[in-house]
Design a protein around this ligand. Sequence first.
Ligand SMILES: [Cu+2]
Length: 123
Amino acid sequence: MFQREWRRSALALPFVALGLVVSLAAQQAPRVIEVKAKKYDFDPATIEVQQGERVVLRVTSTDRLHGIGIRKFGVKAEVPKGATVDVEFVASTAGTYKVLCTEECGKGHDDMVGTLIVKAVAP
Ligand SMILES: [Cu+2]
């Protein structure tokens, strides 16, 4: 009886270990990436991170009220003129996503689109 229980928990061990690795990755200190928001782009225009990475985008607006939004990861924040705002997320899913300005900031607002690339971890 005891032995069977023991064998069952031994089988579960690799899965427990895998879960631990994934949650440890999410608990690491976040990667901080500085982003400038200005009429009418984000600088850098393309941000690249690894899948599973915890990311802080430290967004500064240099000219007026802008916003930053990445729908896939629930990122949405206003960035007032001259202010720096941190938005944090875990890049849980690999892919290419739009980084949008979420505040109507002028005639070039619709073109104010950046790119977030989340690179898949090697299997
Ligand atoms: Cu804008």
